[in-house]
Write a new protein. Structure first.
Length: 309
């Protein structure tokens, strides 16, 4: 028995007429009679008394009407719940972002997205790439913007942008400012790095490997869990570090940090990627955010740019 058969029961009960029920349901009377007959044949009982005064329920019909009412109420509630899921009045979106993207791109991108969809409630969760990918796979975030080399079979990866990396050191106070350093020299200097799980580890290993070096060869004096703490450590003279250029644009302009080139490496950069779970349809609001960032002509992805250094 189907819901389209059950939905005629309360209408017949209220109108006490097959013909009136047919008009209200925009069906023919034979169609109504056929549905009733199909139910009665299926259960082997009569649900309606047909008299000159109208149609009334049998005892079996009263049971049928009670269950029909429950089923139809459940169907209505299910429809409302599904509507709320697919088109909520105030949809929520949890965005995971690794540190560079989270601190220097997502504020701009979220502001632009909110201008287009002001009703959405957005939570931004910032951590290193490994942590963000873990949260994405385990459904703790809806979509992610993560940097670095991403090799995970459970996610879809779309390249968004690339961010230049620079070697930073404290200002030179000796009067002799060097602008270049070799990897051999650099590996002997105190070196400040992000914590394990940060995407820059993989980028540096890939850059150093052709020159015969590994990050393990460097004199790492400390690992830090944020770009801000790395900058502060270098400013304080703790060592050298390699960071996204956008993260130090103010310090370079103010002269509290300076950059050096690496003799053997022409340039360093890190990929910025949009990531979401594979083999799963994102929530409607997450799909809108994905389309917003991936729009071929007018991508909503943007950096919090200040004046050029």
């Amino acid at each position: 028995m189907f819901l389209d058969q059950l939905e005629i029961v309360p209408v017949i009960t209220q109108t006490r007429s097959f013909s009136k029920a047919a008009k209200l349901l925009h069906l023919s009377q034979p169609a109504i009679s056929s549905k009733v007959q199909a139910m009665e044949d299926y259960y082997g009982v009569k649900f309606f008394h047909r008299t000159a005064q109208g149609v009334t329920l049998t005892e079996a019909g009263k049971i049928l009407a009670a269950y029909a009412s429950r089923f139809l109420d459940m169907q209505k509630a299910m429809g409302q719940d599904l509507q709320q899921l697919t088109h909520p009045a105030n949809p929520s979106l949890v965005i995971g972002a690794s540190c560079t993207a989270g601190n220097y791109a997502m504020p701009c991108s979220i502001r632009a997205f909110k201008e287009k969809y002001p009703e959405v409630n957005i939570k931004l969760d910032i951590a290193n790439t490994a942590t963000i990918l873990h949260k994405l796979v385990h459904k703790e975030v809806d979509v992610a913007v993560a940097e670095g080399i991403i090799d995970n079979p459970y996610v879809v990866v779309h390249h968004l942008d690339i961010q230049k990396l620079v070697l930073i050191c404290p200002p030179c106070n000796t009067g002799k400012t060097r602008h270049e350093i070799s990897l051999r020299e650099l590996k002997a200097r105190p070196f400040v790095v992000r914590e394990k799980g940060a995407a820059i580890h993989g980028v540096l290993e890939k850059a150093f490997s052709p020159q015969g070096y590994s990050l393990k060869d460097f004199h790492v004096v400390t690992e830090m869990s944020s770009i801000h703490s790395v900058k502060a450590a270098v400013q304080g003279g703790l060592g050298y570090s390699i960071v996204p250029e956008i993260a130090v644009q103010d310090e370079l302009k103010e002269g509290t940090l300076r950059t050096m080139s690496i003799k053997e490496i022409d340039s360093l950069a890190i990929d910025i990627n949009l990531v979401y779970r594979i083999n799963e349809d994102p929530l409607p609001i997450a799909q809108k955010f994905i389309r917003f960032l991936l729009h071929p002509q007018q991508s909503g992805f943007c950096w919090n740019l200040r004046e050029a250094v």
